[in-house]
Design a protein around this ligand. Structure first.
Ligand SMILES: C/C(=C\CNc1ncnc2c1ncn2[C@@H]1O[C@H](COP(=O)(O)O)[C@@H](O)[C@H]1O)CO
Length: 221
């Protein structure tokens, strides 16, 4: 092609199908990492809090999420959530209301939702795996409230990373013995009992019903 690079850039339009192809996606993925790293690099100590997007605002679970957000903020930790409704909103709300740092890492979903109103530092992601990197990279631990498939995905991501020592010194705390005991029993009585995980893997997380204990466990070095 004749002319200078600038001329070729400015004079031609050409086909646009490359916008939807993988090499261009790689750049978009890269830009998500850059944006996430840039937004969170100076965050300071933080805990990622997970839990159901469907927890109603008037439920005891929501109140617990709010207390957890507040407690983490008072302990000097930023609260990172998925930035959505339910338990995420509760934890962001507690943190924000008590003057703490409230972070929401939103995800593009087919049904547009937006970040909850208690997010002070918000980043939106297209790709789950980029967002998950941020939850782990910028937190000292995970606190997991009752939740569904999304919460389970985040929990098992963390468990696998600790089990395989991809991350070290990473407390994982499950809140709500009644909600989680079925899963914990299955892990112990089936998964570990049948040799699909080691007995030590059963010690990768702690279980509690006490907000103060949950905060102490998840923030201890
Ligand atoms: C389903 C509804 C809203 C979905 N909005 C979400 N916004 C942000 N993050 C989300 C959302 N849904 C799931 N997540 C992530 O998974 C976890 C919760 O999933 P669960 O299946 O509800 O347990 C949560 O920690 C987020 O990171 C409106 O009802």
């Amino acid at each position: 092609m004749p002319g200078t690079a600038d001329q070729r850039l400015l004079d031609t339009r050409g086909p646009s199908d490359w916008v939807h192809q993988d090499p261009w996606r790689v750049l978009r993925i890269q830009s998500e990492f850059v944006e996430g790293f840039g937004a969170l690099a100076e965050l300071g100590p933080a805990v990622s809090v997970f839990g159901s997007a469907r927890t109603p605002e008037d439920s005891p679970e929501y109140e617990i999420g709010r207390r957890i957000g507040r407690g983490l903020a008072e302990a000097g930790f930023a609260v990172i959530t998925g930035g959505g409704p339910g338990a995420m909103e509760a934890a962001n709300r507690g943190a924000s209301e008590s003057g703490g740092v409230s972070v929401g890492l939103g995800i593009e979903l087919p049904f547009e939702q937006g970040l909850n109103e208690y997010v002070d530092i918000g980043v939106n992601f297209r790709y789950f795996f980029v967002r998950k990197t941020m939850f782990v990279k910028y937190a000292q631990g995970f606190l997991v409230l009752p939740g569904g498939l999304g919460t389970l995905d985040e929990l098992f991501e963390a468990l696998t990373l600790v089990q395989t020592r991809k991350v070290t010194r990473f407390p994982i705390v499950l809140f709500g013995t009644e909600y989680w005991s079925g899963l914990v029993d299955w892990l112990t009585d089936t998964v570990i009992a049948q040799g699909k995980a080691s007995t030590k893997d059963g010690e990768l997380f702690r279980l509690t019903d006490d907000v103060d204990e949950a905060i102490a466990l998840v923030t201890k070095p």
